[in-house]
Design a protein around this ligand. Structure first.
Ligand code: ADP
Length: 467
């Protein structure tokens, strides 16, 4: 009997021990699972424990852990997507906390303000030394609810890490600030959009309209004045009437030329298919241009010469004949216009280092160093009065620039005041389709100008197409 009781007691103890061991194992597995979830946001499956309440706890844990892991990975995926979006934005985005500490800066902000990943956590006024940016941050932190802050600020080259054309160049930034949730806000998000190019284009458009109106008004005012004088008293005065009518004719011709140049420039800039570029031989085109200027050159006692000996027979370029004619006409016309009597104008066409070169050289008045980089701008003239008197519209070189860049060439000018100027056009020679890359054909090129000094008094500016 005693043995039976002892046996039962040992058996019970063994069962209780086993159950206790399984509970302890389940509890330890649960603890490890929770630890893994806390540390690595990963669920760890816990083997079914004993039945009863511990068993149900293990089951609930397994379900909850799988769901939490899925939710966390969804959140992480969303966060990564948001980061990609923020990094891909051209705008600069920064987030700051209520104490002006940087919480986040995207790649655009790194570029604009010279920030880097280690800037996070540092004070924004130390990182971005611009009072206007601090103003924007403070104003946004004062906002409530769904309000937002908008402003446009100017930064000099010193304030931003982006450099414009000059060391003191200004950048225009449109800024929008949004407060982070909280009363007062727990921080602010600021988005900076660089509108420098937009503002520059707006200014160019305004200048263009002002210049064009002025240029149109001047001959019109002359025409009106002469016509009124004729109507008042001069019509039957034979000593002046013919002269006045000639002046009216001259001014009408100037208006006509101006409108033709404006239309030509507008078509070139709009990228409309103005020209049909085909492989052509330059010699006959240039020769006929020169012949059409011969009388004007002779009237000024200028020597006008042409040399194509350096251009091997059969060399072709891809360009519209009319385009080449307009380019050569403008350059030869200027060379004759700005060269004194007895001077000379020389046109040369050669093939050098696998490039076709057209040079128009004169012994004229030359162009001062400071004006050289600007002479290709619309309406820019070194001497307005002289150009107008000589019948210039101030658009010729602008048209030349557009045409040359649109056929994949570049234009170069070197000049020395009082000695003369040389305009050099470089064009790629035509290659059969298997070797040649097609001409860009773009009529809306971005161009860049480089200026350099070449010997005493001579300056040089080169215009090429930039991407
Ligand atoms: P314009 O109709 O006034 O000649 P362009 O656009 O053809 O206008 O030229 C712009 C300016 O560049 C001219 O006003 C002139 O001051 C200067 N320029 C152009 N070509 C020459 C040249 N060969 N010699 C001296 N100055 C020139």
């Amino acid at each position: 009997m005693g043995f039976i009781i002892l046996g039962a007691a040992v058996g019970l103890t063994a069962i209780v021990g086993l159950i206790g061991w399984r509970w302890a194992r389940a509890a330890s597995d649960l603890r490890r699972g929770l630890e893994e979830l806390r540390r690595n946001a990963r669920s760890q499956f816990v083997r079914g424990g004993p039945g009863g309440s511990i068993g149900r706890l293990v089951e609930t844990y397994n379900l909850a852990a799988t769901e939490i892991e899925a939710r966390i990975s969804r959140l992480e995926r969303d966060r990564q997507q948001l980061l990609v979006v923020l990094e891909a934005m051209a705008e600069a985005v920064i987030a700051v906390d209520a104490r002006h500490r940087l919480l986040f800066a995207n790649a655009g902000a790194h570029r604009l303000f010279g920030l880097h990943p280690s800037s996070v956590g540092r004070m924004v006024p130390e990182l971005i030394r611009s009072p206007r940016v601090q103003e924007a941050v403070e104003a946004t932190l004062r906002l409530r609810g769904s309000q937002s802050y908008r402003s446009e600020l100017q930064m000099t080259g010193r304030d931003s890490s982006i450099r414009g054309p000059g060391p003191t160049s200004e950048r225009h930034l449109a800024v929008r600030g949004t407060p982070l949730p909280g009363h007062p806000p727990s921080g602010a998000v600021l988005v900076f959009h660089d509108v420098t190019d937009l503002r520059r284009l707006e200014r160019m458009r305004q200048d263009f309209v002002a210049n064009a109106s002025h240029e149109l008004k001047t001959p019109l005012a002359s025409i009106k004045a002469y016509t009124e004088t004729l109507l008042d008293w001069a019509l039957h005065d034979d000593s002046v009437n013919v002269r006045f009518l000639e002046r009216i004719d001259e001014q009408a011709e100037r208006l006509n030329q101006l409108i033709l140049d404006l239309l030509s420039l507008a078509r070139l800039e709009s990228g409309q298919g103005v020209f049909d570029h085909q492989p052509i031989d330059l010699s006959p085109v240039l020769e006929s241009c020169i012949e059409s200027h011969r009388d004007r050159a002779s009237a000024k006692n200028l020597q006008l010469s042409f040399d194509v000996s350096g251009l091997p027979d059969g060399t072709l370029v891809v360009a519209d004949e009319e385009a080449i004619r307009q380019v050569a006409d403008n350059l030869i016309d200027n060379a004759i216009k700005y060269t004194h009597e007895q001077g000379s104008v020389h046109v040369r066409c050669t093939l050098e280092s696998d490039e076709v070169i057209i040079e128009v050289t004169d012994t004229g008045i030359g162009i001062p160093r400071e004006d050289l980089p600007r002479i290709f701008e619309r309406f820019y003239r070194v001497d307005k009065a002289r150009s107008r008197e000589l019948g210039g519209t101030g658009l010729g070189l602008s048209i030349v620039k557009h045409i040359v860049l649109s056929i994949g060439g570049s234009i170069d000018v070197s000049s020395r005041p009082g000695t003369g100027s040389r305009f050099t056009i470089t064009l790629p020679p035509f290659r059969p389709p298997s070797i040649a890359s097609p001409p860009s054909g773009s009529n809306h090129p971005n161009s860049s100008t480089e200026t350099e000094s070449r010997g005493p008094g001579e300056t040089h500016a080169k215009l090429t197409q930039s991407s």
